[in-house]
Design a protein around this ligand. Structure first.
Ligand code: R5P
Length: 300
């Protein structure tokens, strides 16, 4: 017989419009009540959220992928409603935490947007945030209570079941080196870290073509936290192809895939894209609920 802890029975998992399936899977794993937020979008684009009754402890699941501002305001609305209804503890599960890349003023006059996001969440009494593969440690420093879950073991587990020829893990830039090294360690394969630079004003990306490893005829698993325009993956693919790589697979936590990014990535000779369901869609093949539910179990 399986008994829930007293606190777990008082948890409501609130499914935000951006993460209904993920929230449902988390609630099932915890064996607790799911409350689905009812959404209407008015003709001017404003969101209208309706929530049923919630418990003392609320776990709101809402990834803030594009449209980021809409998903963010919906999250704030849900937290506000839980607070108004007497919730004592609100934990926001935000797999893709928007604005985490704006963690400092890169150019004079820029706003440190992630700091503002942290303040907004605090204003609606979100006590704790759980996110996945946040872009930087610096972004985390703006929150008083935040946990970062790694999706690397889940991605590695998926990769371990793929049919690959002498695979090599590839990080498209030095910022992702630790992630790719951990991924390679779990799969017991070699790793290559590309040297990418991005022009701060034009956004133009370039990659050094010198590699420390012979990758010819070997399959490459290019792993990144975010795929947005696809520019980083496409540049990496160009270099890998020049070196005679076998098949290339792009793996990431957050597949934002803005506009026709997926098409462009495939046209650049990438076999497939594999991401987590932080951003639900065609490529979200890796389920995050096991890791998130286990973090939540240790919290309650
Ligand atoms: C950059 O440092 C990140 O880790 C990603 O590589 C980047 O955000 C991906 O963006 P895009 O797909 O637009 O190149």
């Amino acid at each position: 017989m399986f008994y829930l802890s007293e606190t777990l029975t008082e948890i409501s998992v609130v499914a935000g419009p951006a993460s209904i399936d993920l929230a449902n899977n988390i609630a099932k794993r915890l064996g607790v009540q799911l409350t689905v937020a009812n959404l209407r979008i008015f003709s001017d684009g404003e969101s209208n959220i309706k929530l049923g009754k919630v418990g003392k402890n609320c776990v709101i699941v809402q990834s803030t992928y594009p449209p980021v501002d809409t998903h963010l305001i919906q999250l704030l609305m849900m937290a506000k409603k839980c607070t108004d209804d007497g919730a004592q503890d609100i934990c926001a599960v935000i797999p893709y935490l928007c604005y985490a890349r704006q963690d400092k003023a890169f150019l004079e006059g820029e706003v440190v947007s992630i700091g503002l996001v942290a303040k907004l969440l605090q204003a609606v009494e979100v006590q704790h945030v759980i996110t996945v593969d946040i872009h930087s440690q610096l972004a985390m420093s703006y929150f008083t209570s935040i946990q970062n879950v790694s999706s690397v073991p889940l991605l590695a587990d998926y990769a371990s079941k793929m049919k690959l020829r002498d695979p090599v893990a590839v990080s498209p830039d030095s910022g992702g080196a630790n992630r790719a090294k951990e991924f390679a360690r779990l799969l017991d394969i070699e790793v290559v870290v590309l040297k990418k630079s991005r022009h701060r004003v034009t956004g133009e990306v370039s990659v050094d073509e010198k590699l420390e490893l012979d990758i010819s005829k070997r399959d490459a698993l290019v792993i990144d936290d975010i795929i947005s325009s696809g520019g980083s993956i496409i540049k990496a693919a160009e270099v890998l192809h020049k070196k005679g790589v076998g098949k290339i697979f792009a793996m990431c936590t957050h597949a934002l895939l803005i506009r026709d990014a997926a098409q462009k990535i495939k046209s650049a000779g990438v076999q497939d894209i594999v991401s987590t369901n932080s951003v639900p869609g065609e490529y979200s093949k890796v389920e995050l609920s096991p890791e998130i539910a286990s973090v939540l179990k240790s919290r309650y």
